[in-house]
Design a protein around this ligand. Structure first.
Ligand code: NAP
Length: 261
């Protein structure tokens, strides 16, 4: 099926690795123009070189917590491509800490990253999205939003707030013709997990470590997800074919979610 994304423009924050990079690749494969950002410009340049997308890809060094920098990134994308039809708020990371290890600064930093990561790009992109005939925003979230984990206490709480915010945004932006949805990830095999494996010191190989992780966390499919499996769900929600889907969340989690909502 043609997803109708050819020649449309999508912004993806955090496109230099993992789920963001897989989303950029999938969108380019659909013929879309893509603008992506991250803090490490060398890593962005390496990713762009591997994608070999020519004029259809714009990369920019930008921290999503910096409203002015985000505004500049969005403006560059609009100037280059002349339109913005989609926004994927993906940039971020989780904070592996239990309550007793968590400082006031951890709480502030985590809430700032999660909320600024949605609100700054949305504020900058909103006038452009409003002008599109098929605008879609996808917030990359986590199953943690609905199923908190004590070892990720700040991230779980921030994720729940973002899921709640996404619902408000869907209601408010509907009048502009902008759909807003969430993709709730379980455990996806990206740099987040290779870094944890490297720091873990268990002596297990990465496949052994992953298998133990999947069993410990009760993942029904018995494995971590692949970044492209998350990207397919994101791209589907961006597509004009999903024109009647807004205010919802799709879990991409291999069955780790225990709830029925
Ligand atoms: N992988 C999982 O199991 C999992 C589970 C649930 C939710 N998630 C969420 O899914 C999203 C993608 O995760 P991932 O696993 O693909 O992570 P990843 O491989 O570590 O990639 C994260 C991307 O975000 C960028 N980034 C991080 N902080 C940023 C900031 N302040 N401003 C701009 N860019 C920033 C990174 O580039 P720079 O570092 O160069 O800035 C990188 O491009 C994240 O929001 C993550 O929390 C992931």
């Amino acid at each position: 099926m043609d997803l109708g994304l050819a020649d449309r423009t999508v912004l993806v924050t955090g496109g230099s690795s993992g789920v963001g990079l897989a989303t950029v690749r999938a969108l380019l494969g659909e013929g879309a123009n893509v603008a992506t950002c991250g803090r490490d410009t060398a890593r962005l340049a390496e990713a762009a070189a591997r994608l070999d997308a020519g004029d259809r890809l714009l990369t920019a060094g930008c921290d999503v917590r910096d409203a002015d920098a985000v505004h500049g990134f969005v403006q560059r994308a609009a100037d280059r491509f002349g339109r913005i039809d989609g926004l994927v708020n993906n940039a971020g990371q989780s904070r592996m800490k239990r309550l007793e290890e968590t400082t006031a600064e951890d709480w502030r930093d985590e809430l700032e990253l999660k909320f600024a990561g949605v609100l700054h790009p949305l504020r900058a992109a909103r006038p452009h999205l409003r002008a599109s005939d098929a605008a879609s925003v996808v917030n990359v979230n986590a199953v943690l939003a609905k199923q908190p984990e004590p070892r990720l206490v700040t991230t779980s709480a921030a994720r729940a707030g973002i899921l709640n915010l996404s619902k408000s945004l869907a209601a408010e932006l509907a009048a502009d013709g902008v759909r807003v949805n969430s993709v709730c990830l379980g455990l996806i095999d990206t740099g987040q997990w290779t870094r944890r494996h490297a720091a873990d010191g268990s002596g297990l190989t990465y496949p052994e470590w992953q298998a133990r992780l999947a069993a410990d966390r009760g993942i029904a499919l018995g494995r971590l997800g692949r970044a492209e499996e998350a990207a397919y769900a994101i791209v589907t929600l961006l597509s004009p074919r999903a024109s009647y889907i807004t205010g919802t969340a799709i879990d991409v989690c291999g069955g780790v979610g225990r709830g029925i909502l």
